[in-house]
Write a protein that binds this ligand. Structure first.
Ligand code: IMP
Length: 426
């Protein structure tokens, strides 16, 4: 397992930060391939909490080269703040251990404003985005109106691109939303300053990654968000605007099929979701509250309380299929400590029919009612257990059932937030 992909198998917030932090040990490169500051990866080391949004979690490991791939969307202000925050915690960040693809896209202030305005106008049907400008930035990318990181170093191209993009945005913002527009000169000056500050980090990361593959270096692909938030394969339109799934690695890094040896799907022992959208196993009751409080289920990026519910195996099997998962990492098992009964959704009932196939039609998904299999809870806490032989029998049964139903090997189980609270399986 020299080149490993770590991919969220649910709706994000699966605890990928901890899994990536582990796997980053001894890796030559850790690369983020999709998403932007909408992500929030929390890593706890020696009781100290690090929250990463844009920078790969590998930055916490000495000697690891971190790459922000071309598939990402980057808010330079947020990135510079994150660098400062990390430095204040004693983490080394400079142009030697962090490289940014010149083809990644820049989140401009008008993207953030449009994110907010579009959500406002959608009213009750809003997506519940993180308001970081991610969707409008990816829209500009596909509309071929985007500003790329490399453009920040080319004043003439930058000015031309900004003129066009700002002119179009201002019509939308002023005429449709009846809000104040943006001054192109001001944005241009800001963007030039970003280029000046970031130039030591900007690189052709596509070439760097392909050279690393040729030189047989080890690489970790750090997923952000999760499979069910994928713009193609998730619960559209209640998704993010990128491809957090396996395909996002190839397009978001510019590497070929041979650049990935193993795909580890990260899944929480239950399910959470932030923002809008259907959630068949949601427990809008005391069980959900128990999970939220015990699991600290509040967004690392927005602080929003996460919606909580039972594990959904229909969605998980689908995620396994879409990503070609080879292994599974189950996180936050300890959050289920103390529950007498634990449910797992094994199929959906949709319009009177029972199916174990994940529906691609969102309206069918909205009508899906979960069919559960029940497990007995465990008699003593799993919190902090490091050895699989110490796991209570019922906890082991639960884990084996998940792995068997998903058809992939159990790789690790997390029994608490810190690095030590982890069990490895061979
Ligand atoms: P956006 O990515 O900010 O456009 O938000 C779109 C949807 O994805 C919303 O439901 C967000 O709550 C969700 N989302 C985006 N990033 C994350 C994440 O890192 N974890 C969980 N949900 C996320």
């Amino acid at each position: 397992m020299k080149r490993i992909a770590v991919i969220g198998a649910q709706w994000g917030d699966e605890g990928k930060g901890k899994v990536v932090d582990f796997l980053a040990e001894n890796k030559d490169i850790v690369v983020r391939y999709s998403g932007g500051p909408n992500a929030g990866h929390t890593v706890v080391i020696d009781g100290k909490k690090y929250v990463l949004h844009l920078i790969p979690s590998g930055i916490l490991r000495k000697g690891t080269l971190c790459i922000m791939g071309n598939g990402m969307v980057i808010d330079p202000d947020a990135l510079l703040k994150e660098m400062e925050d990390l430095r204040s915690l004693g983490v080394h960040v400079d142009g030697d251990n962090l490289k940014i693809s010149e083809s990644a896209h820049v989140i401009m202030p008008y993207h953030k404003k449009l994110d907010f305005l579009q959500e406002k106008v959608k009213g009750g049907g809003k997506i519940g985005t993180t308001l970081k400008g991610v969707g409008p930035c990816y829209s500009d990318k596909t509309a071929r109106l985007g500003i790329r990181i490399g453009d920040l170093l080319d004043p003439a191209i930058l000015r031309d691109k900004l003129r066009l993009s700002v002119a179009i945005k201002n019509v939308l913002i002023k005429e449709f939303f009846e809000e104040e527009g943006f001054d192109v000169n001001e944005l241009y000056e800001t963007a030039l300053r970003w280029g000046e500050t970031l130039k030591g980090y900007i690189a052709n990361t596509t070439m760097m990654l392909n050279k690393a593959v040729r030189d047989d270096k080890s690489i970790l692909y750090e997923g952000a968000q999760g499979t069910m938030l994928d713009v193609d394969h998730g619960t559209y339109p209640f998704v993010t605007s990128s491809n957090p799934t396996i395909g996002g690695i190839y397009t978001g890094c510019g590497v070929g099929f041979n650049a990935v040896d193993a795909v580890i799907g990260v899944v929480k022992a239950y399910t959470t979701r932030v923002g809008g959208g259907a959630f068949p196993t949601e427990q809008d009751n005391e069980i959900g509250l128990y999970m939220r409080e015990k699991g600290g289920e509040y967004g690392a990026t927005t602080g929003r309380p996460r919606r909580c519910g039972w594990l959904d195996l229909v969605a998980l099997r689908y995620a396994s299929m879409i990503n070609g998962m080879t292994h599974i990492a189950i996180t936050k098992l300890d959050v289920l400590d103390g529950l007498e009964r634990i449910k797992v959704c094994v199929a959906y009932e949709i319009d009177g029919d029972v199916t174990d196939e994940f529906p691609l039609s969102y309206s069918r998904f909205e009508r899906a009612k979960p069919i559960y299999r029940e497990f007995e809870g465990w008699d003593r806490p799993v919190k902090g257990i490091k050895d699989r032989r110490e796991l209570p029998v019922n906890a082991m049964k639960y884990l084996e059932y998940i792995a068997e139903s998903t058809g992939v090997k159990l790789f690790m189980v997390s029994t608490g937030p810190s690095r030590e609270e982890t069990i490895f399986f061979d």
